[in-house]
Write a protein that binds this ligand. Structure first.
Ligand SMILES: Cc1ncc(COP(=O)(O)O)c(C=O)c1O
Length: 278
């Protein structure tokens, strides 16, 4: 797993270099994306690459044509013989002439090991802590995770899986996942000010067969009163939430809609892998 792609060239990870004047290093200006490789296949790769392109466009950074990016993704998977792993794509702000103007972006693809989450996070449920915060340019998957990294010790001390962001009484998402609440048999997820999660998109589709679902504002109070709460992400799939800041939520146990969507999402991943077998 030690070959990385830098601007179209495969090189050993230890030899990969960025100029110290790259805006990603000087100003934290850049975008990334991350998806799983399952049984050698990049899961939902076209959805992720479309989002990567959207993020790049929001920062005004040029990206090669998506067919070329996908060819590079497949070359990294083949060169490293990846079976079950993660792939991290990074597009930097580029080598800046004046420390503030973007230069020619650098495109880096890096395999990452993925270890399974502890099963009790799905059977018993996971915990969150909350924090009043709004991500800047939330529709872009920018490399700025300052709040998430800064609060990591606090999160660990609370044995929390993630950090729930809220502002003005409304929740948005967590530091690395989207959030859903179920109340009275219907599902809701914030519809603005969030990253368009690929898992969120799949869950919105799958939920059509399970219960009414809408994208709309969710108040913090609604989350605490909800019958069920869960989060979604590429690394977590669908994960039930049973406590926020030490207060029980969603009845303190994974509920029926959450369990139905956990099963449906697992099936959806399996079906994708079956239909994309090399
Ligand atoms: C801020 C944020 N929101 C939501 C998500 C979930 O998105 P996805 O399901 O595409 O992993 C992520 C994933 O990293 C994230 O960083």
């Amino acid at each position: 797993m030690n070959l990385v792609m830098v601007d179209g060239s495969l090189i050993p990870q230890g030899e990969a270099r960025l100029p110290v004047s790259d805006l990603a290093l000087l100003r934290g200006y850049g975008v990334f994306d991350f998806f799983r490789v399952v049984a050698g296949e990049p899961l939902f790769v076209r959805d992720y690459l479309r989002r990567f392109a959207r993020s790049a466009a929001l920062l005004g950074l040029p990206l090669p044509a998506l067919a070329e990016v996908e060819a590079q993704v497949r070359a990294v998977i083949a060169a490293n013989e990846l079976q079950d792993a993660g792939l991290h794509l990074l597009l930097t702000g580029g080598d800046s002439p004046d420390g503030v103007s973007p230069g020619e972006p650098c495109l880096v693809m890096q395999p990452r090991p993925v270890k399974p989450n502890p099963p009790e996070l799905y059977t018993v449920g996971a915990r969150l802590i909350s924090f009043a915060h709004a991500r800047e340019l939330p529709e872009a998957k920018s490399i700025n995770y300052l709040t998430a990294v800064r609060l990591r010790d606090k999160q660990r001390a609370a044995a929390a899986t993630d950090i729930l962001y809220h502002q003005g009484g409304l929740i948005s998402e967590t530091a690395r996942s989207n959030v859903f609440v179920a109340q009275g048999g219907a599902l809701k997820t914030p519809g603005r000010g969030v990253l368009a999660g690929i898992t969120r998109m799949r869950v919105l589709e799958l939920a059509q067969d399970i219960c009414p679902v809408q994208e709309a504002d969710v108040a913090l109070g609604e989350l605490f009163a909800a019958d069920e709460v869960f989060i979604t992400s590429s690394l977590k799939g669908v994960m039930p939430i049973v406590a926020v800041d030490g207060e029980p939520v969603g009845g303190g146990r994974p509920g029926p809609i959450t369990r139905a969507l956990m099963a449906a999402f697992t099936e959806c991943v399996e079906a994708y892998c079956q239909s994309h077998k090399p």
